[in-house]
Design a protein around this ligand. Structure first.
Ligand code: C5P
Length: 211
């Protein structure tokens, strides 16, 4: 039997990470944060002094970097030269750079291959922007989370982060390759005014009915 993949897509700060973690823990599935993978490449480009707005240069970095996928405590990590840049990828500088890196076709092909490889770790809850549309379009478990812009800014502010979320969503929705959109057949959940416990309970109930 092939592993089960739960695809959770949606806008920035819509609650994807929190909910994907809760769902993965409840089901005993492995959690994959694909945004972290794109962030890692953006961070690595910045570290090398590569212009993230130069698609050719970014593709070259992607072709050459030495990476390894590892599953630690039920979470997949992408290591670069043996290192996991957990804190480094959460800076405002990296957030602003990622959408450029994520729009490069060669990067998306590379990421899709790596993300599909994750099934060797078992059943997955995978979170991102194109999981239900592009990475695992064959899965029957697709969820799309969104919330009002005000609520999403409030959530980020509570985490001490100030960011133009609308600008990032616009870039992610308007790129040519695998843009952010609601996957066909996805269950859409507006998380405004909902706690992570409520949202994840809704997702879990839906999954358990169909498992
Ligand atoms: O989820 P997170 O906000 O960490 O993602 C950071 C960025 O990575 C997104 O704004 C987007 O540009 C890119 N991304 C993507 N496809 C994914 C996951 C993330 O393009 N599946």
């Amino acid at each position: 039997e092939s592993p089960i993949v739960i695809a959770i897509d949606g806008t920035s700060a819509s609650g994807k990470s929190t909910n994907a973690r809760l769902v993965a823990r409840a089901l005993g599935y492995v959690y994959v944060d694909t945004g972290a993978m794109y962030r890692t490449l953006a961070w690595y480009c910045l570290k090398l002094g590569v212009d993230v707005k130069d698609p050719e240069a970014v593709a070259r970095v992607c072709r050459r970097w030495k990476t390894e996928l590892r599953c630690v405590d039920g979470q997949v990590r992408l290591l670069v030269d043996g290192y996991y840049p957990e804190r480094e990828i959460r800076t405002a500088e990296v957030s602003a750079a990622v959408p450029y890196v994520a729009a490069v076709p060669a990067v998306r092909r590379w990421m899709k291959r790596k993300q599909r490889e994750c099934i060797r770790f078992g059943n997955l809850v995978m979170e991102g922007r194109d999981i239900g549309t592009n990475v695992f379009p064959e899965t029957e478990f697709k969820y799309y989370l969104d919330a009002s812009l005000e609520e999403r800014h409030r959530r980020r502010a509570a985490e001490g982060v100030q960011e133009d979320l609308a600008a990032r969503d616009q870039r992610d929705s308007q790129r040519k390759v695998a843009p952010l959109m609601v996957p066909l057949g996805a269950r859409v959940i507006n998380t405004s005014g909902m706690t992570p416990e409520q949202t994840s309970a809704l997702i879990l109930e839906d999954i358990r009915q169909r498992l």
